[in-house]
Design a protein around this ligand. Structure first.
Ligand code: GTP
Length: 598
């Protein structure tokens, strides 16, 4: 029976604890990739992932393992991202698995995302195989980490596998443990097709390519399938597995993880979390989908060239297929023209989306400063949801502004308690609790405004704790705050896309900081450009960008032609993320100036 030989599992961990490295070692040991094709972080297929050394997208591969019992097992390994911004990808891949390999760094121990991810795995009833990685490090403390796993997570870690992704130690044992500890799938091959879409990707030739986990039944080329959320039917044109490149197969069966294509051209019809069934023998009830993910941060996205608006819409639709957490609706800005309001899970997610759109779809984009969504209650008793500061109602009609609050859990060594509390207090946090996890480590809980967390909180936390702190947060609700909208005027004209919302206590300082920032980011032009910050009609800060005419080539005395060319190219490249507002050119950095003044 084929299913008895299948193991579907994910690797979950806190960021940088070594998931991708362990996945690489597993691919090597199972000879899934020829040695000459082996590169580090093989499953991180996006150039962006390799450059940054992080996993952004989940990836599923099929591998074949010859176990000690003499049998060959089919492993479906789903690699997942570790950063807090991408935890929705983790929950999706877990729904396709029976087990999870939990990787914990032997020197760092259990961290915030270790807990968050392991809870997701336990919610999905997955069998957990604990692994303590990086045991080659001199600072490794495997016994302490075992105890932490038992105390903090409540699973037996006495037989945790000790590995080093770097040297390969322990990986053969891990493979055996996957065979023995993780249950085989138990779907009914004879039943009608029931498959979960856990990812999808747009391909110009094949249409939407769906990553699927078959729970029951089979699917092959020529079958008529139905997507249950829309009821639309399609004929299957290709099925296969990733190993690690796409390899077409005659059919997929219950228990399998693979892909299918069915000339699905309307991007909106493929929804991650949806169920695929047979059009001729549909199942009565779809699989439980995923919970809808709530964006945390919103930003306006505009093409540098207005004519590319249609292209941007198409690119967003295609990217959304591959990134279920991305949301967008059209918006217009007086300053920037036609664009989209986009919702993201955090700043890293926002950054990644902008880069993917620019690289994969060849667009030049301007993004406005990120904002959270506010609930504004006006004097007529109505509540307005405002995710764009430019849409703030007239201040004289506002009764109350409420902002989203999160419960933030920070884990840190006890030496840094003072530094963390000082930081949280400064970011308007309300202290909730503090618990000692063991002799050295504490968990500190604060409730704080989301807007304070999304900017540079994580970076500041890291730098004030020598990199030791980890963070996880969840939305807890909306609370009234003393907030005001700050307008920025450039050359006497308010630029709607530069408006932002700020706490009254920080407004004056912020106004001064941001005008100073803008002065350094807006390039000088042939005329003087006044920059002002205003609350309502009141100007609270002002600077001026002096006029002058700059000839960049004057620097290149000596006529070094290659240097001259480089300088020109640099200028040209620098021009891409620039938008003319009235007769002033505003660069991308200016829109993000608010991030740097916090
Ligand atoms: P994300 O994909 O971003 O979530 O990170 P990850 O958990 O996949 O971590 P990754 O495999 O990229 O490893 C993080 C860093 O730790 C890299 O610099 C690795 O070279 C290093 N590393 C991984 N495993 C080991 C190990 O066993 N020993 C040592 N010394 N370093 C390791």
């Amino acid at each position: 029976d084929r299913q008895k030989h299948i193991r579907n599992f994910s690797i979950v961990a806190h960021i940088d604890h070594g998931k991708s490295t362990i996945a690489d070692r597993i691919l090597e040991l199972t000879h899934t990739v020829a040695e000459r094709d082996m590169t580090n972080q093989l499953l991180d297929t996006m150039p962006l992932e390799r450059e940054r050394g992080i996993t952004i997208k989940l990836n599923a591969v099929e591998l074949h393992y010859h176990a000690k019992d003499g049998e060959t097992y089919i492993f479906h390994l789903i690699d997942t991202p570790g950063h807090v911004d991408f935890s929705y990808e983790v929950s999706r891949s877990l729904a396709a698995c029976e087990g999870a390999v939990l990787v914990v760094d032997a020197a760092q121990g259990v961290q915030a995302q270790t807990l968050a991810n392991v809870y997701l795995a336990l919610d999905n009833d997955l069998e957990i195989v604990p692994v303590i990685n990086k045991i080659d490090l001199p600072s490794a403390q495997p016994d302490e980490v075992k105890k932490e796993i038992e105390d903090m997570i409540g699973i037996d870690a006495s037989n945790a596998v000790l590995t080093s992704g770097k040297t390969g130690v322990g990986i053969p044992e891990l493979l055996e443990r996957i065979v023995h500890d993780i249950p085989a799938p138990t779907g009914d091959v004879e039943a009608p097709l029931k498959a979960l879409i856990f990812d999808s990707k747009y391909d110009n030739y094949r249409g939407a390519v769906l990553s699927v986990r078959l729970f029951d039944g089979t699917v092959k080329v020529g079958d008529q399938i139905q997507l249950m959320s829309t009821g639309k039917t399609y004929e299957v044109t290709e099925v296969g597995v990733m190993s690690p490149d796409a390899q077409p197969r005659p059919m997929l069966m219950a228990g399998d993880v693979g892909y299918l294509a069915a000339s699905i051209k309307t991007v909106q019809d493929t929804r991650v979390g949806d169920t695929v069934t047979s059009a001729t023998h549909p199942v009565a009830k779809p699989l439980e989908g995923y919970r809808q993910i709530q964006p945390m941060v919103y930003s306006g996205m505009y093409p540098v060239e207005n004519a590319k608006y249609g292209e941007l819409r198409e690119a967003l639709e295609k990217l959304q297929l591959n990134d279920a957490a991305l949301e967008f609706t059209p918006e217009t800005s007086q300053a920037l023209g036609f664009g989209f309001r986009c919702g993201f899970l955090g700043l890293l997610h926002m950054d990644v989306v902008q880069e993917r759109l620019e690289r994969e779809y060849d667009l030049d984009l301007i993004m406005t400063a990120p904002s959270v969504d506010y609930h504004v209650i006006t004097t007529d008793g109505k509540t307005h949801v405002v995710d764009n500061p430019a849409d703030m109602p007239d201040p004289t009609t506002i009764k109350e502004i409420q902002e989203p609050y999160v419960k933030a859990e920070i884990m840190v060594l006890s030496d840094f308690i003072g530094a963390v509390m000082e930081l949280c207090q400064r970011k308007r946090g309300d202290y909730v609790t503090m618990d000692y996890l063991d002799k050295y480590r504490v968990s500190i809980v604060y409730e704080m405004p989301l807007s304070e967390i999304i900017y540079d909180f994580f970076d500041e936390l890291k730098s004030s704790t020598k990199g030791y702190a980890s963070l996880d947060y969840d939305l807890v609700g909306y609370r009234a705050s003393d907030l005001v909208k700050m307008d920025i005027l450039i050359n006497g004209e308010p630029v709607d896309a530069l408006s932002f919302i700020v706490h009254k206590d920080f407004a004056y300082q912020q106004g001064r900081d941001i005008t100073a920032q803008l002065k350094t980011t807006i390039p000088r032009q042939q005329f003087e450009i006044p920059i002002q910050a205003a609350i309502g009609n009141k100007i609270i800060a002002r600077t001026t960008v002096k006029a002058y005419r700059k000839n960049v080539l004057a620097k290149c005395y000596g006529g070094d032609i290659t240097r001259k060319r480089k300088l020109l190219e640099k200028q040209k490249a620098g021009k891409k993320r620039m938008k003319a507002v009235g007769n002033v050119e505003i660069p991308q950095e200016a829109f993000m100036a608010v991030l740097r003044t916090n």
